[in-house]
Design a protein around this ligand. Structure first.
Ligand SMILES: [Zn+2]
Ligand SMILES: [Zn+2]
Length: 248
């Protein structure tokens, strides 16, 4: 066992050396060596302090889906941490999703935590270790194997560690849907319809508040489909939490 343990860490080291050669660890904001996003540049990323309905973009007092959109979108609210148009944030998301740099997830996790803390979201919505569960939006198996990790799962791990709130993979994606980015607004809803199922055993406590974690939200269709799985099972409080919202 010791041999396996050592060889694994040796492989890890090789992986890091290779990664450093291909993508040197330098800040995407200012180029300083050492990390993909330095502390100074992270602090410059503007955290959202104003709230709005993610479906129609109407301003709201607290984060929530407005009454009109709530007829179709059954999530109580989608929390959006920062602005996708912020260049450093955009680049960090890109490193994670398309350059497969897992480490970028910790910077994104910190940005989400800053948002939750600055806006006292956990106090306002009564989220806590005893009544809340983080659920990452799953990738289809094929996409997971291709990327080697689920970026939403990595972000959820950081949140779970910080808040001591359990992260559970309770749903899975049964259809390998086309990327939502490539589709028109009207096609997106159809694209993800019934793409998710509950993968956990049904005895799970339905009084728990579910916070679906994803990296980016666009129209909210994916989060809404995930939410529908839980609502069908009798859960009532389902929320979304994302790093940023991409424009349609
Ligand atoms: Zn920097
Ligand atoms: Zn709305």
């Amino acid at each position: 066992m010791a041999f396996i343990g050592n060889s694994m860490s040796f492989l890890e080291k090789i992986k890091n050396v290779i990664l450093d050669l291909i993508f040197p660890r330098e800040c995407i904001g200012c180029g300083t060596e050492g990390s993909y996003l330095c502390g100074d540049c992270q602090r410059k990323i503007k955290i959202n302090r104003n709230f709005y309905c993610v479906v129609c973009k109407k301003p709201t007092h607290l984060p929530r889906i407005c009454e009109d959109c709530g007829k179709e979108y059954r999530l109580k609210a989608v929390f959006v941490a920062a602005d996708y148009n912020d260049k450093a944030l955009h680049d960090l998301i890109h490193l994670l999703k398309y350059k497969f740099i897992e480490e970028a997830s910790s910077g994104l996790g910190e940005i989400v935590i800053n948002y939750l803390e600055q806006n006292k979201i956990f106090q306002n919505f009564d989220f806590g270790p005893d009544n809340t569960v983080f659920v990452p939006v799953p990738l289809h198996r094929k996409r997971f194997l291709n990327r080697g990790f689920n970026q939403s799962d990595l972000i959820a791990n950081h949140l779970s560690e910080f808040y001591k709130i359990p992260k559970k993979v309770l749903i899975s994606r049964i259809r390998n849907t086309q990327s939502q980015v490539e589709l028109k607004k009207s096609e997106r809803r159809e694209n993800v319809r019934d793409a998710f199922i509950l993968s956990a055993d049904k005895s799970f406590d339905k009084n728990k508040k579910i916070i679906l974690v994803d990296d980016v939200v666009t129209t909210g269709s994916t989060l809404n489909e995930c939410a529908k799985v839980f609502l069908k099972e009798g859960f009532v409080d389902v929320y979304g939490l994302v790093v940023a919202q991409r424009e349609d």
